[in-house]
Design a protein around this ligand. Structure first.
Ligand code: BGC
Length: 442
């Protein structure tokens, strides 16, 4: 019960901050941000600009609470578009990319039934712990009386299409879709379009020219942060295993592209040696473990670095390393700043993660939903364009990811309330190192 109260409180405080953001308190602090060039891969999208949205800035500028209540049953929680988000998601810029609401989506104006579809529950804790409750709270705060039709595809593209059709038949007039499959979700965009309903691609790009907006982080930058960490911490001749995400998730291609931007020159010069490189269907954590086991067997355990695309897979890669008593000896990367990932960092088994402050991504999404509802798109939300596989530029709202390692846990995720010390320290037994003492006390 107490748990539930905490959750309601946290979500409503967050909702208030999102509402403020959605109403547009555009007192943005601006700072230059490095533009990520965006090498267009044939398959992958090319991000052409990077910068946080004004939404991010406004959300960050609002004070908000934060709590993370992890619950097995899900939901729970959360936290923060805090002042600290401004610090950590640091560099923001009021990059202006001119954009307007596309024509032909008449159903969206005054829409009080928003469909929210997310891709999966198991390979990253983020979807049900953060994205789902925050999107619901944010949209409800922005459009009083709105109905949210929510569904999670459990990693099945056909299920997701059925869920989209069900939402449309129940009257959803704006869809927010975190796609399970970038190509297959095109059918969702087309069904929606036929009903004059716009689709906002949430976190993951959908390959369809009729997609209206894309909200995410600068995902090439995510990969570059991971790759740069390896560049900064490697020794000459280190052997690298690469365990990438799901090929049907456009983000996985962008993370890889970013990582290779940093690693390829070192592979080419022989400074680093890539010994294994595999995409992982469904971002499946158990498959990632099998991949790491195969790589270790193949290399007779002579591996020094495991580039792993997210924390969920890093956790099982670490299990494979533990079985060979190699945990803590092999540099492991991750992404998502999950509690388990942060615990692995404190334990010394994972070197780093990438912190993507989901409240910022949600705030941009809520602003776009509200823009459709109002029939008016304020400037400052769209800050980039993202090229899809046909070369079409999709107007985008991208936030800035932040590198996370043992040196900045307190000043980023804890400061923002994205993860609490209580969550992080719970169950961390048998660790006595200085990092543990700093964060959890003795
Ligand atoms: C998200 C990551 C997540 C992964 C697996 C990606 O699209 O951006 O945050 O770890 O999917 O769920």
């Amino acid at each position: 019960m107490l748990h539930k109260h905490k959750r309601v409180l946290a979500v409503s405080m967050l909702a208030i901050s999102l509402l403020l953001a959605a109403c547009g308190d555009n007192t943005a602090t601006t700072a230059p941000v490095a533009t990520t060039a965006a090498p267009a891969a044939t398959t992958a999208a090319a991000t052409t600009a990077a910068a946080t949205t004004a939404a991010a800035t406004t959300a960050a500028a609002t004070t908000a609470a934060a709590t993370t209540a992890a619950a097995t049953t899900a939901a729970a929680t959360t936290a923060a578009a805090t002042t600290a988000a401004a610090t950590t998601a640091a560099a923001t810029t009021a990059a202006s990319v001119s954009a307007s609401l596309p024509a032909g989506f008449d159903a969206a104006k005054g829409c009080k039934n928003v469909g929210v579809l997310l891709p999966e529950t198991d390979s990253s804790a983020r979807w049900e712990q953060f994205d789902h409750p925050l999107l619901e709270a944010g949209i409800k705060a922005a459009i009083p009386g709105v109905t949210i039709t929510y569904a999670n595809a459990s990693n099945n593209a056909d299920t997701q299409q059925n869920q989209a059709e069900a939402a449309l038949s129940k009257g959803a007039c704006i869809l927010v879709v975190g796609a399970k499959d970038a190509d297959k979700a095109s059918a969702i965009v087309q069904k929606a379009k036929a009903a004059k309903v716009p689709v906002i691609a949430y976190d993951r790009l959908i390959q369809d020219d009729d997609l209206t907006f894309y909200v995410s982080f600068d995902n090439v930058k995510v990969g570059e942060i991971q790759g740069q960490y390896i560049v900064d911490h490697h020794k000459k001749g280190d052997k690298v295993v690469m365990i990438n995400g799901s090929k049907t998730d456009n983000n996985a291609l962008l993370f890889y592209q970013g990582a290779m931007n940093k690693l390829k020159p070192l592979y080419d010069s022989g400074e680093l040696v890539k010994v294994y490189d595999q995409y992982t269907p469904d971002w499946n954590n158990a498959t990632a473990q099998t991949e790491m086991e195969a790589a270790l067997t193949q290399q007779k355990n002579d591996v020094q670095i495991a580039y792993v695309a997210n924390d969920g897979m890093a956790n099982t890669v670490i299990a494979a390393l533990k079985a060979q008593k190699l945990n803590g000896k092999v540099l492991v990367t991750g992404q998502d700043a999950t509690v388990a990932g942060i615990q692995n960092i404190i334990a010394g088994d994972q070197a780093m993660s990438v912190y993507k402050a989901i409240p910022l991504e949600v705030a941009s999404t809520v602003q776009l939903v509200k823009a459709f509802y109002d029939g008016n798109l304020p400037s400052g939300i769209i800050n980039a364009t993202t090229k899809n596989s046909n070369g079409k530029e999709i107007p985008s709202a991208l936030s800035v990811p932040v590198a996370l390692d043992g040196t900045n846990i307190l000043t980023t995720v804890v400061k923002d309330g994205y993860a609490t010390k209580a969550d992080i320290c719970k169950g961390l037994t048998g660790i006595t190192n200085d990092l543990f003492k700093t964060i959890c006390g003795s």
